[in-house]
Design a protein around this ligand. Sequence first.
Ligand code: NAP
Length: 276
Amino acid sequence: MREVLLPDGTRVPALGQGTWRMGEDPRRRADEARALRAGLDLGMTLVDTAEMYGEGGAEEVVGEAIAGRREEVFLVSKAYPHNASRQGLARACERSLARLRTDRLDLYLLHWRGSVPLAETIAGFEDLVAAGKILRFGVSNFDADDMEELWSLPGGGACATNQVLYNVEERGPEFDLLPAQAARCVPLMAYSPVGQGRVPEAGLADIAARHGATPHAIALAFVLRRPDVIAIPKAARLAHLEENRAALDLVLTAEDLAALDARFPPPTRKRPLSMI
Ligand code: NAP
């Protein structure tokens, strides 16, 4: 499994697993946990979840999936902005740890910016690091100006990643966010890398045919072409998991990339960050 370097020198898998929409239906939980374990077996050991997903249900599914395998996993969860005060973060983290049946998170993210001052959220994260409840912190849905503000604050330079919407149809981060983060060795974690299951056939089908792959695999390979991007597709179906794992080894040619640029032009000016 190719790895991506975090600012503190830790290496994480370039391809992980998302969990949004898991844990919402009790009848599907066992299958979802099985899918996550299958993903671990394929080397996709970075698992992304959040207290928001299924209002804790997804974290419970992850807890079930990683039981007995915690050491293999780089575990990421996120706090709601309304829980991002110093005290609120400590309580939210305890609840997440209990649902995940673990004593620590590898990475804890602020899900998106809310009304709590960033300095207070950083202080909350620092408390959790000091207590060993989380090993590092990061943010999500931060645009370039939000990142600059974060980096300007005491402790903000320790931010490990920014998780944002980035895929072949949403290339806005390439204009300013990715370069700004690259300058600080802060990788971007790309969510919805296969467009929530809907990728356009036009522009991808020809390339897919050349590689004997699917349009989804091409879309994922596109996101994974950069050494500073971690992708976290969510897949409950084994066929999808296997296809996504194979996409990591799929090398897009200069011809492929030129065709993708023609169909999905890279940004030539600032585009505000999109959010799902
Ligand atoms: P996604 O990963 O782009 O798409 C997931 C959907 O695509 C699922 O319906 C899945 O189907 C399907 N799929 C996966 N691989 C496929 C393949 N190879 N071929 C065809 N279909 C495929 O979208 P996402 O779930 O929105 O994003 C991924 C993760 O990012 C989330 O699960 C979550 O962990 C995180 N996220 C974070 C934020 C944030 O605000 N920070 C926002 C959105 C998402 P099956 O499940 O049926 O296999």
